[in-house]
Design a protein around this ligand. Structure first.
Ligand code: B1M
Length: 222
């Protein structure tokens, strides 16, 4: 089983999406992230272990990118491979049709196109019984504001993956808190820290999706 997990991690790192994808050329014809994650789940591998394998693969490709050994197209292939896995994992993080605990508006802040972490947060929060309104990536402040207006009593989650877009995250938090002081805002993403979250004026910070769930359950009273 460990071998399967290692192969999934390698597929993420190398951007091998599925058997029919011809990239990377030296893995042509082999099973990709799609088939291997399905096999792993069918063999009873814990979804959390599969997710961890994907994160390890992403971390490795990220490090290669930092060393200029790969470029944006390679990152994109890895992202697509991870999305293929997430499609298989999604049902394992969902509860089914239960009454929603409340609404959670979620988006990656303006200028930032990274959505894998945000999508994981959406999956896990939804799995805990919250209705997630996912605004996608590169979400402008005005879009958050309008959606909050349309959904009174909601909480908001912001994701950022670039140090440069943390400034936009700050602007977004501050505008939300100015217009809707009672709306709870949680921030997260690789460059964000508890300290940065406090300086922005956010109500919460989490390094992972489960922390967002804990925040919502502790902060939002219905
Ligand atoms: Co980009 N990228 N990227 N990239 N990319 C990083 C983030 C980078 C660290 C790579 C590196 O240099 N080593 C670096 C940022 C450096 C920095 O600012 N500190 C970087 C860069 C520089 C760039 C570009 C500028 C490259 C360029 O164009 N020259 C460019 C920017 C585009 C833009 O956004 N405007 C760019 C583009 C891309 C792609 C589009 C090609 C692709 C993203 C595709 C997609 O998301 N659909 C991509 C990718 C894949 C990465 C890496 C390799 C992987 C990111 C990822 O998905 N990780 C990344 C390197 C790395 O992270 N090691 C990198 C897996 C994911 C599960 O983790 O998103 O951290 P993460 O989410 C975690 C937690 O952070 C947390 O929970 C998740 C699960 O544990 N979390 C929250 C996230 N949001 C949360 C919200 C919460 C709570 C928790 O509450 C609301």
């Amino acid at each position: 089983m460990d071998e399967l997990i290692e192969k999934i991690s390698l597929c993420i790192e190398r951007g091998k999406i599925n058997k029919s994808s011809s990239y990377p050329s030296n893995m042509k014809g082999e099973d990709g992230a799609d088939e291997l994650s399905r096999q792993a789940l069918d063999n009873g591998v814990n979804p959390d272990a599969i997710l961890q394998a994907c994160n390890d693969g992403m971390h490795k490709i990220g490090e290669k990118f930092s060393r200029n050994e790969v470029f944006v197209p390679e990152l994109l292939m890895s992202a697509n491979a991870m999305k293929a896995v997430m499609a298989h994992l999604k049902p394992y993080f969902q509860l089914g049709s239960v009454k929603a605990k409340g609404k959670f508006i979620l988006g990656t802040v303006s200028g930032d196109l990274h959505d894998i972490g945000k999508n994981l947060v959406a999956m896990v929060v939804e799995g805990d019984g919250w209705e997630v309104i996912d605004l996608g990536v590169d979400v402008k402040v005005a879009k958050f504001i309008q959606t909050i207006k349309d959904n009174p009593g909601c909480a908001v989650g912001l994701s950022a993956l670039l140090t440069t877009t943390m400034a936009n995250m700050t602007k977004t938090v501050q505008e939300i808190k100015t217009q809707f002081p009672d709306t709870k805002v949680i921030v997260g993403g690789a460059p964000v820290s508890l300290d940065a979250a406090e300086k922005m004026g956010a109500d919460g910070y989490s390094a992972d999706p489960q922390g967002a769930v804990t925040f919502l359950n502790q902060t939002i009273t219905l």
